[in-house]
Design a protein around this ligand. Sequence first.
Ligand code: UD1
Ligand code: CA
Length: 452
Amino acid sequence: MALKAIIMAAGKGTRMKSNTSKVMHLAHGKPIVKRIIEALNSLEVEENILILGHKKEQILEYFGNDISYVVQEEQLGTGHAVLQAKEKLVGYDGDVIILNGDVPLLRAKTLKELYTLYLENKVDGIILTANFENPFSYGRILTEAGKVTGIVEEKDATEEQKKIKEVNAGVYIFKAQDLLYALDRIDNKNEKGEYYLTDVIKILSQAGKKVISHSLEDSMEIQGVNSKVELALTSKVLRDRKNNKLMESGVILIDPNTTYIDDEVIIGMDSIIYPNVIIQGNTEIGENCEILPNTRIMDSKIYSNVRIESSVIEESIIEDGATIGPFAHLRPKSHLKENVHIGNFVETKKSTLEKGVKAGHLTYLGDAHIGEKTNIGAGTITCNYDGKNKFKTVIGKNVFIGSDTMLVAPVTIGDSAVTGAGSVITKDVPNNALGVERAKQIIKEGWKKENE
Ligand code: UD1
Ligand code: CA
């Protein structure tokens, strides 16, 4: 059976108090609307149609040309929103799944269940619901003999209706032509003066169509984001889901409440993640790693047995057994091979450090290639930038770079060479040679007394 999806994302989201579109807010690292589209991936949807309006540029910029959308110029209600997609449904005899754009906790599994129930029961419509002890603010489900006969919004509900605990989640499946039939018949004669999508149910029911509801066990899943309090609340749920998955797969989280790990991140068994660690983007971490407090890692690949403490790692590769920090910064395209050690206040960028390289303290290595087992003394800097262009520093293997060496790139230091501490190296140093650039030390005996 053919299925199209309509995602309503045109609303102002007034209660968010923000210059960002409500659905572009990040719920645990990902735009809310992106989460909905991902959940829809479990269904074979032939077209995801976004209803855009308020701040639509932000959504279009994010998705690029990847999406199909229609514009709702004025936000006159959810029914009016869906009506904007009419041109995409005329003559289409498949089904339509409609979703509120502000429900980031919906699971793919739930949507799949909903669609399966709709097909198996051969009904004309199905809506997702939940049972709330405190149903305040949600649309209440009106039923009769196992069928849904309508949805009444909080503001329009009678005292009796307000007591109904089954509420509308904002996810609906209808036959496209039934939907169009009903949308043509809704009005805005209600407390808010809006065209409600929810009125479609009553119209279909009165036309003799059978609409049923599917009530969720985990009612939290339908939590909408209407304010920044709810944004934090849903983010916390998503974070917990990810953390639980990691722990179930064998990762140790010392304190899941202070561990922030994006959905796409992969971590191997017995790796330990300490408090106040943030792991973002497409990061992969191997087994038996120790990620100590106050570390942020993004878009990086980390092999096994790596130890990182209080450091920032961006778009880098770190191989087996490397140790990093505290207080190191690996900027994009740093590649640390096996057993490399990077210590305090070391920054690397676009540099490859071969096996066993050590840079223990206070160093900047940019645009450099450093050979196996080379030791970089404290205070060493690759002077890679002349104000206009970047140049490369090549250091061989088993080199000893003395403390406070300035390597003025482009420059090459041969294998097993040595540089003298405090040297400004502007010329290449051959294999096995000593490169030293340093004024002779002068001793003035008794200088202190004479100058008192
Ligand atoms: C809606 C439902 C309510 C349900 C609740 C679940 C209606 C009338 N009510 O209420 O029964 O319990 O969701 O969360 O549908 N939007 C547009 N254009 C508009 C208005 C809204 O695109 O003109 C979009 C919003 O961006 C949002 C979604 O529709 O993504 C829902 O709108 P919202 O105003 O949040 O509806 P609720 O009052 O939460
Ligand atoms: Ca809402």
